[in-house]
Structures are given as C-alpha cells and as structure tokens.
Design a binder for this molecule. Sequence first.
Ligand code: AMP
Ligand code: ZN
Length: 470
Amino acid sequence: MALVLYNSLSRRKETFEPLDPKRVRIYVCGPTVYDRAHIGNARAVVVFDVLYRLLRDTFGAEHVRYVRNITDIDDKIIAASRESGEPIASLTERMTCLFHDDMASLGALPPDEEPRATKCVEEMKAMIARLLEKGCAYVADGHVLFAVAAAPHYGELSKKSRAELIDGARVEVAPYKRDPADFVLWKPSTPDLPGWDSPWGRGRPGWHIECSAMSEAYLGDTFDIHGGGVDLIFPHHENELAQSTCAHEGRPFARFWVHNGFLTADGRKMSKSLGNIRTVRELLDEDLNPGLRRGGEAIRLALLSTHYREPLDWTQEKLRQAHTSLFRFYAALARGRRPQASDAASGPSEVRDALDDDLNTPLALARLHELATSVNRLHEEDRYDERERAQTLLLAGGQLMGLLGSDPEEWLRGAQRGDAVLVDQLIADRAAARKTRNFAAADKIRARLLDLEIVLEDHPDGTTTWRRKM
Ligand code: AMP
Ligand code: ZN
C-alpha cells in the first residue's frame, strides 16, 4: 500500500509521492527555546518522528532529509531572560540541550538538520531584500512588512475569509500598515534588545520569515512536506506560504501540509499561557524506572494511542494503559528465544498498512496487540517456529513506530522492580483508605492493581499480600 497523507491545503487525503524519491524533504517547525518542552510540544515531535521513520523505511534512510528548526530569537525568549536574569544565549543553549534530552527519552530520532534562527539571519535578510525588490514588501516606521495584496492566494491554507484574516492579524495592529492583514518581516530593536544591522536599521526578524528562510536554505524552493501543530496554520504557515511563494516567483512551496491536533488537558489546549502544562521532564521524573527508558516509551505510546489529527486529552489513565500495553508486548517478546533485531528489518505489512493510511497509529497499536495475542497462543500450543515469526513481526512493527527497542527481559526485570515499589505503595494507600472507611477509593486501588495483573490477598490478621496473576 502506498503512503497516504491528509493534506491541509487540499483538505483531503492524497497519495504521497515525493518530487525526488532519492531526496525526500520534510520541514517541521521546531520549539521556541525559552522553557522546558511540555507534553503538547512532545506530541508534535513524536508524530513527525513516526512519519520520518516511515519515510526512511519506504525510501531508504539516506534518501530522507528532515529539517526541524530551533527558534532561539523571539519576544517570549526576551521576556523570559528579563524575568530570570539569565542571558539570552545561555537560556536558549540550556533549553535546547534539555529539549534534546527530553525528546531522546521519548525515542525521537534527531532530525538531519536543526538550524538555529540566530545562525540564519543573513538568509532571512536576503529573503526580505528579495521581497522588497519584487514589491511584495515595504518599509514603514523602521519595520519591513509583507504586503498581503501581493499574494493573490493569501488565505488558501487556513481557508479564512478576509474578515477573519484581518481579525487574526489584529495582534500586530499598527498605524503604519497599508493593509491591516500585513505582517512583520523585520522589526527594530532598541539598544538593550538583541539585534542585527540591516539596510532597514538595527533590528530582528519576525517569526514567520525564519521558517521561510531556513526551509529554503536547507530544502530549496519546493519541498515535499511541511509539518507542525494545527495552531500554526494561521498565521504562521499562511504567512510562510505567502512570502516563500512571492520570493520564489510563484513556484510551489510545500506540496503537503501536515498538522497534528492539539494535546489538551481537561479539554483545553495545553499551553503555557493557560497554565495547564505538564512538562515531559515532570512525567519522566514521576516514573519509577527512568533509567530504563520505560517512562519515555510509555509516554510515546500514550501519545500515539490517538490518531494524530484528533485532539488528545492527556490523562494519567492513558499513561497507565500505555504501561500495561508495553508490559504485554515485552512479555510476549520475552517468551522462549528472543527474536533478533536484524530479523526485524522492515515492519510487518499489517502495521505498515495502518501507518501508510495517514499514520493510523491506534490501528497499528491494535495490530501489535493482535500479534502479542498470537505469540501467547502459539507459545501455549508449543508451535515455536510460528511463535518466533509472530515475535519478529511484533518487534518489527513496534520498532517501525519507535517502540520496543529495549531488551525484553531487562525491561521486564526493571518493570517488576518498579512494580514492587509501586505495589507496596498502593497497598499502603489502600490500607489508609480502608482505615478511613473510604471503600470506594480502596476498591479503585484494587482495580488498578488488577490492571497491572496484581492480585491482592487480605489475611485475617489484617495484612495484605500480593501475587502476579498468571
Ligand atoms: P512552540 O514552542 O509553542 O512554538 O511549539 C512547538 C510545536 O509544538 C509546534 O509545532 C506547535 O504546534 C506544537 N504544540 C504546542 N502546543 C501544542 C499542544 N497543546 N498540542 C499539540 N501541539 C502543540
Ligand atoms: Zn515555522
């Protein structure tokens, strides 16, 4: 089956064929490095990591070029540095390293190129100069602005009406704009703010021009896929599209636009400004076995348990279910002789087929569960050769999604150690709940343990012991 992706530009699923199968090019908007990544940021990274892995598997790793930028100059960064007193360069460097650590613990591969905005200011200035030359931009009051009147298709990506476009641009309302929908390419910096010399005075680039200039520098005028979260469609991607198309004399920009849905908490978008974030680090620290990458892998699986275009409401329950799934997969892999990674060169067709259909990760995970069921059944029936084949398929399918990379026995030993600590803690919590006659809470804890395949036995002397259900 060929890879099919939903293209936000056409608003339908399309068969993905790269312009050049020897050079498949994807650009994804990366983080603004002023704070630790939250689990919503991680969703975008993990979703595009699955797409990257799938492209590498389909076209060959050496034929895929994945570029994800680092936004290291931005008003939010300036504000964070002012608040904490930490110099901007040190803050952004530190946050970039932490971002790398957090994403590695989620099993995300590093992109092939990771340009930093501050290192590409010359390219941005050159693009702005070209836009001015072509009459698509103008200088006003120390700013350079993009003239949306020069982009006849402006609004085609976000499908917004003229009134909505103007409304959306209101954040930057300014008397010097020719059209209220015009947006900033370059803005002046005061001496105490970071800035670069330019023909338009000392200043700094607007956010949108960063990605247009960096994608051009690393991938050329036209490339295959541009990705990011749905929140970026307008204004960020709409503006990138307009300015890149103008700078490239109408040549197409990204052929496919792929957007992941929001990660929400209690139904609201997770974001710093709403104050409802959970950082990846917090979630990893809560885990009992961080050294075993178990926590990161469970977070990754939980993020993939919902289709990438659907909203995903983050709950502890989802994370717990992901732990249980991993336990099941690793237990199936640990039966008898362990399959070798080399056996698992390419994903099994059922898992691949699911991913090829617009990255249907929930279906792919369901297929891994079916494979684990087959492994267990074949094992019971002493059909060892077939069991090994099913194990190889399970491993290959998992690895295509960036999962099941640990040694199964080691993983299970770590999980059991962790479970022992967890179980003791839960038994203590349950005893405390029973003491205060909160039987509903006590029953909930018992059910949670049962989910972990742990059976409790209450003894007449008031003590409780536990055993693993098998
Ligand atoms: P930012 O650092 O805010 O520029 O975001 C970096 C990436 O994370 C972008 O692709 C955003 O679309 C994405 N993102 C931010 N918040 C969320 C969220 N709550 N759910 C899904 N993606 C998000
Ligand atoms: Zn961008």
